[in-house]
Write a protein of this length. Sequence first.
Length: 412
Amino acid sequence: MLKINKQVFLNGLRLVHSQDTSTQMVALNMLYNVGAKDENPEHTGFAHLFEHLMFGGSVNIADFDGPLQLAGGENNAWTNNDITNYYLTIPKQNVETGFWLESDRMLSLDFSSKSLEAQRGVVMEEFKQRCLNQPYGDVGHLLRPMAYKVHPYQWPTIGKELDHVANATLEEVKDFFFSFYAPNNAVLAVTGNISFEETVRLTEKWFGPIPRRNVHERRLPVEPEQTEERRLVVERNVPLDSLFMVFHMSGRMHADYYVFDILSDILSNGRSSRLTRNLVHERKVFSSIDAYISGSVDAGLFHISGKPATGVSLEEAEAAVWEELSKLKEELIDAEELEKVKNKFESAQIFGNINYLNVATNLAFFEMLGCAEDMEKEVERYRAVTCAQMRVVARNIFRRENASVLYYKKSG
């Protein structure tokens, strides 16, 4: 069991810490509780734009990467629909450089036209490369609005339209920053070779003076239950036809979340998983197929996607998937099959949490969800899932009226 230490500072910043003396490094993971779902529907892509802007210079430090690299550190960031996450690793003797850098960009960015234009260009290029110029790149832009009619998971993290980032003004960008990037909307997780006392001292010194902010209150609409099947057919210049199916599932905090995750592994995790074994190797309906869950904090999606084998139509491929889903609804999963998936998950958890940076990321995420210590309960929650539960959940989710199906056809 990890020894987890926590403190909340007067400005609302939550600190989570766990010491690991087996490394000479320290990780700082700063999680902001803001993602694409917090954007204005007419100004999407802002959370992702900020992932880039946060490296474009802060109020007192023109260049984030330079001082960190001189101190022997590395950093990166990622954004999704729920959160924005920044992390760095640094040798323990230079750790204060990490606190200095991370605190300055929380205090304020260098809000200049030059910085905005530079990062806007990078983000727009990424949008073009990933969504417009890549085969199947627009799948997220097609599936999400099919599945979500009111919840802001309707658009991908990169944004709904290129124009939203292209037309973003400096004032809009500033407003977004001061509405969400605040000590009282963040969790700082610190792991590695540093004591809790030293962590508290450095956090107080560098983050303590940053004032609380009026963070926008979340009032997100709840997606109503889907009552009829939704279908879309598109033709694009792609090498192969592809099938994409999504089903509404629970959010991250629901007990059924663990059942959905295991169901996705039963279907598609390794050569012996059902879709791979039955539909790729034995029946040769698909050349490749995958099943996974979105992992969203709010009610998410269960995805199944695949490329039919040569000579197999999308209709035949879809029918074969429904046959496999029917088995999950009708027959109890074999206890041995379930145990194998649980064992895989447990070993992945144990090996993942050997790494001090992974621990920092997980501590920050679980603290944002409500309690960092819950990270230690994940294995037992997966272990508690039963074969009977899985059949009940499969019956609830794998229904035609809960499905959105996209036929992505090769043109010509």
